[in-house]
Design a protein around this ligand. Structure first.
Ligand code: UDP
Ligand code: MG
Length: 316
């Protein structure tokens, strides 16, 4: 099979017939063998009945229906597990992404050899309240991930080699950082294609302002777990040691000052009169806390089932 299209959706009944007819037309015009996997993320409208209708007419349509709303990332994850096509393409269900991009995305994966190609909505049809924070979001994501050539991490329209989707695990709200997840898994040939974007025709966006807070927290989590997930003590131990060192130097200053004033016969001062006393105290407490966090982290990572889970590319 050439292509699997994976579409996570939540209450998108109005868009589905148009979207599916469009995908079908593009696939047939280009003679692709394909499947379309709709993942209904607990919709409360009649999205599922519509998907069942498509499936009855064509076995190329598959559907997964969540019992409740879990989010876009779980939807993508389950779609990826089932995808069988050589190239996997994801798109949003709201008709903002154009199925006409599929042939070129397919070509970039199969001929140019990209592991992942991400769409770039260069000209966006979204409200300003969304486009401006998105610029900031992408700049931060580029910085953290080290993938400097991407402008639009969270574009719903993306294409992957099958092996990529089978080797990444999207959870939480990590769909915003799939290129970063792919890079962490060792797939580094990541490209970009400018894609057409349209204003949402039906329904409303499913993400509120909390997307920015959550997006930023997830980025920090991803950065931390990818760097120190298997060796937490290298992070906590380093900062714990820095704290102990600062504390030790401050202690020397406090004691030194005390000795000097004793020898010079100056009037007695309490150690608590010196600001360095408080620096020493705080440093010791923070250092202990950081080391404890490091030990707990190590205990957890030792007993984690994937502590020795490495991505092997080849074996002979
Ligand atoms: N979506 C989903 N589960 C959710 C929220 C969204 O499957 O909990 C789907 C949604 O139906 C759409 C895609 O994810 O197909 C992108 O959502 P949306 O268009 O609302 O996001 P935006 O384009 O505003 O970033
Ligand atoms: Mg949308």
């Amino acid at each position: 099979m050439d292509i699997s299209v994976v579409i996570p959706l939540y209450n998108e009944a109005e868009s589905l017939p148009e979207l599916y007819a469009w995908i079908k037309r593009v696939m047939e015009e280009n003679h692709f063998s394909y499947e379309v996997i709709f993942v209904d993320d607990g919709s409360t409208d009649n999205s599922w009945e519509i998907i069942e209708g498509f499936h009855q007419k064509s076995p190329a349509v598959k559907g997964i229906r969540f019992r409740r709303n879990y989010g876009k990332s779980p939807g993508l994850h389950c779609g990826f597990q089932r995808a069988e096509g050589d190239v996997v393409i994801t798109m949003d269900a709201d008709l903002q992404d154009s199925p006409d991009e599929i042939p070129e995305l397919y070509r970039m994966i199969t001929e140019d050899g990209y592991d992942l190609v991400s769409g770039w909505k260069k000209k966006r049809y979204d409200p300003l309240s969304k486009t401006i924070p998105t610029k900031l979001f992408n700049a931060t994501a580029r910085r953290f991930s080290g993938i400097h050539n991407l402008h639009d991490f969270n574009c719903g329209l993306k294409a992957y080699k099958k092996i990529v989707v089978k080797n990444i695990e999207i959870y939480n709200d990590m769909h915003r950082y799939i290129p970063y997840l792919a890079k962490i898994a060792g797939f580094t040939k990541i490209g970009e294609k400018v894609v057409h974007h349209q204003a949402r025709k039906y329904g409303t966006t499913k993400f509120g302002l909390d997307r920015f807070v959550n997006g930023y927290l997830d980025l920090i989590t991803l950065w931390f777990t990818s760097k120190f997930g298997k060796k937490p003590m290298h992070f906590f131990g380093l900062w714990g040691s820095v704290m102990f060192f600062v504390s030790f130097i401050s202690l020397l200053i406090v004691l030194g000052a005390k000795m000097v004033s004793l020898m010079a016969g100056m009037p007695m001062r309490l150690v608590t009169d010196s600001p360095y006393f408080y620096v020493a105290l705080t440093g010791m407490i923070l250092g202990t806390q950081l080391f404890l966090a490091g030990f707990v982290g190590e205990l957890i990572s030792r007993s984690s089932p994937n502590r020795n889970n490495y991505k092997i590319a080849e074996e002979i």
